[in-house]
Ligand binder design. Structure first.
Ligand code: ADP
Length: 464
């Protein structure tokens, strides 16, 4: 199965393999160069000791030279006046080596070394080294008491290569072991890291199957992204649960609010059907029916407005606050006068706000009709003025006011303060929720100051 764990593990294995492979190549290269340099250095040292010894000692000592110089795996051939004077190999082997050496003309030898040795002595190359078949050799000539001493020190290439092979084998074994150990560690680490994801996945699946929105994921406590994921997921579930609860509440409230006028209408129709009813009684019933059907229309209109607000993309347009305010006042003037309320106005001109005109009218008109509705005597004051790059709008009344507890709730859909106290007033409890929703959409803040039985002030702060 394609799982994150398998993918991570595969990626990890490839990465480790590549790293170890590159490290192996580097270490093989370094070791091989070192090993060759070491072997050549040894030849150097031996040759130096031998020449020193020959120049300082007589032939008797030179004949036993291997007692004074540690030759290790190296072979040493000393020719005195072109005749073998000392060798630490058998005669047959010595002749063989010398034959190889003399096979090439001396003059050609230099050229020969270069060509042949290039690949081998790429680092620390010395011109004195040369290769004859499987040997690496160093050569010197010494004159002492009219005698020529030719000294050949050499080493079998197989010995050098053999060491290299051992090193190579060692590196492969070591790196394979490291590779396996890292794979095992990696597997456990990846497993441990991925485990919370699996737990989350299982829990999400069980939540999905259970269809219970009140359930939450167990806290991860891993102090990493998985914990954040669990928390975010739980927050998301909280929001979903709240939204679903709101929708349920809304639909139950809505059906209740629709049912009440419908019941009244139905009752009145039944009364009207009764033929014994007088003309006056019929007219009262019709009046009631008319009032309730208007209420129904109002509810439906507001429902449509709310659902439009949920979907519609509201573009920031410009609207004149003073103009809209006067339009709303004009429409409500009759009601204000009917209640004998004093109208105080302090409205600056040309107050252009970032708002859609249609929605601005809904906001102002809702606030004004409420102020009129919930004020029996006294005044209604409207203030609109510029304040820096903001425009402040205040609508105050000397009405019944709103208690502290109700202040936080009046923006909820269908909330009406103490129904007994306000039921005499027409209303469906949707006006302020619409006002709030529109203000939020146009990034306009809304604030209430109110004292019961003293009056209320609704303050809006617009961006200009
Ligand atoms: P309604 O249709 O009941 O007026 P709103 O959403 O407009 O619905 O208002 C919610 C509630 O807030 C009202 O029922 C009323 O109790 C209270 N309210 C709103 N405006 C005022 C105000 N100016 N003075 C006192 N109470 C108010």
């Amino acid at each position: 199965m394609k799982s994150v764990k398998n993918k991570l593990f595969l990626g990890f294995a490839i990465l480790i393999f590549l790293i170890l492979f590159i490290l192996s190549l580097i270490s093989i290269k370094v070791f091989s160069v070192n090993q060759k340099n070491e072997s050549l250095g040894l030849l150097d040292e031996t040759l130096f000791s031998i020449t020193d010894l020959i120049s300082k000692n007589d032939d008797r000592k030179i004949e036993n030279i291997d007692r004074y110089v540690n030759l290790k795996n190296q072979f040493l051939i000393i020719l005195k006046d072109k005749k073998v004077f000392f060798t630490n190999r058998s005669n047959y082997r010595t002749n063989d080596i010398l034959e190889e050496i003399y096979e090439e003309e001396y003059e050609d030898r230099e050229k020969h070394h270069h060509k042949k040795d290039m690949d081998f002595f790429d680092k620390g190359e010395k011109k004195d080294y040369f290769r004859v078949d499987e040997y690496i050799l160093i050569y010197d000539i010494l004159e002492k008491n009219d005698n020529d001493y030719e000294i050949y020190v050499g080493i079998d290439e197989d010995i050098v290569e053999g060491d290299l092979r051992n090193i190579l084998f060692g590196i492969i074994v070591l790196n394979s072991t490291i590779f396996i150990i890292l794979l095992v560690i990696g597997y456990f680490l990846i497993n441990r890291t991925i485990k919370p994801l699996k737990v989350i996945l299982d829990e999400v699946n069980s939540l999905q199957n259970g269809n219970d929105l009140s359930k939450r994921l167990k806290e991860a406590n891993t102090k990493d992204e998985f914990e954040q994921l669990t928390n975010s997921f739980n927050k998301m579930l909280n929001n979903i649960e709240n939204s679903v609860d709101n929708i349920k509440q809304f639909s139950s409230d809505a059906s209740h609010e629709l049912k009440t006028p419908l019941t009244v209408i139905q009752g009145e129709i039944e009364l009207c059907q009764n033929s014994t009813k007088s003309k006056e009684e019929l007219s009262v019933s019709l009046e009631k029916i008319n009032k309730e059907q208007k209420k129904l229309q109002e509810i439906i209109k507001n429902f449509l407005l709310l659902s439009r607000l949920d979907k519609e993309v509201l573009k920031n347009k410009k609207a004149l606050l003073d103009k809209i305010t006067f339009e709303s006042i004009e429409l409500n003037l009759e009601k204000i006068e009917a209640k004998n309320l004093e109208l105080k106005l302090d409205i600056e001109e040309d107050l252009e706000v970032d708002f859609d005109e249609k929605y601005l009218y809904i906001v102002i008109n809702n606030l004004l009709t409420n102020a009129i509705k919930y004020t029996n005597e006294g005044f209604i004051a409207l203030i609109a003025k510029r304040n820096g790059n903001k425009i402040i709008f205040e609508i105050s009344d000397s009405g019944i006011g709103i208690s502290k507890e109700d202040k936080s709730k009046i923006f909820e859909r269908f909330y009406r303060v103490d129904k007994a106290r306000t039921c005499s007033k027409d209303g469906i409890g949707l006006g302020l929720s619409i006002v709030k929703k529109i203000c939020d959409r146009f990034e306009t803040s809304i604030d209430i100051q109110s004292k019961e039985m003293k009056g209320s002030t609704f303050k809006l702060i617009f961006t200009a």
